[in-house]
Design a protein around this ligand. Structure first.
Ligand SMILES: [Zn+2]
Length: 204
């Protein structure tokens, strides 16, 4: 039994999200159709898409492109802190311990839940480094299995694309295992940054 074409199109739209399989996509589509607020959801999506921008430099979601952090001449463009999510930029900024720039991957590698490397902005980071001016890439992905796998992916992509890769460092191991950058207070983040060490296949 085939669904009406517009419903099928809605299901397929949900299926394109990382981690959403056919069954979940159907459930979401039916929910949207039964919900009297469904029209409000559509306009909220339109408004969010219209009134935000993806920064073409760091890939964060921002008010404008380039974002405020990438446009701030006072920040050090030679040091790029790579984080998983926009909220991690907020967390590091809140701690006030970093004066460089950021790159937001928009997720962490988690094939079991549907997030693959094509969903992450690694290629844009590689372009950014290849185009020059970046001397250090700090990997600040979460200290959990997905964050470690993501950090390795970034290291391999940079080393494969750059004839002379920049210094690549990882936040110190003092971070509580399995924790998220969101919940770290200033002191811990400051120590983790200060204690960062070089990583990568070439350094073991
Ligand atoms: Zn930016």
């Amino acid at each position: 039994m085939a669904y009406p074409e517009p419903l099928e199109a809605l299901i397929e739209a949900f299926e394109r999200f990382p981690g959403i399989g056919r069954v979940s996509a159907e459930r979401l589509a039916f929910h949207v159709l039964r919900d009297p607020q469904a029209a409000a959801l559509a306009s909220a999506i339109e408004r969010a898409a219209r009134e935000t921008a993806t920064c073409s430099v760091c890939c964060n979601i921002a008010h404008r492109d380039p974002c405020e952090l990438c446009s701030d001449a006072a920040r050090d463009g030679a040091v790029v802190c790579v984080v998983e999510q926009p909220r991690h930029v907020e967390a590091v900024e809140r701690a006030g311990v970093f004066g460089g720039r950021y790159h937001v991957l928009m997720g962490a590698l988690n094939p079991a839940e549907g997030t693959e490397d094509r969903h992450l902005s690694v290629a844009r980071l590689v372009e950014r480094v290849v185009s020059g001016g970046v001397e250090e890439v700090i990997l600040a992905t979460d200290p959990d299995a997905e964050g470690e796998a993501t950090a390795l992916l970034v290291v391999e992509a940079l080393e494969a694309a750059c004839p002379s890769p920049p210094l690549i460092t990882r936040l110190a191991r003092g971070l509580p295992a399995g924790s998220s950058l969101d919940y770290l207070h200033r002191g811990i983040l400051e120590d983790a940054l200060a204690g960062r060490r070089a990583v990568g296949p070439r350094t073991g």
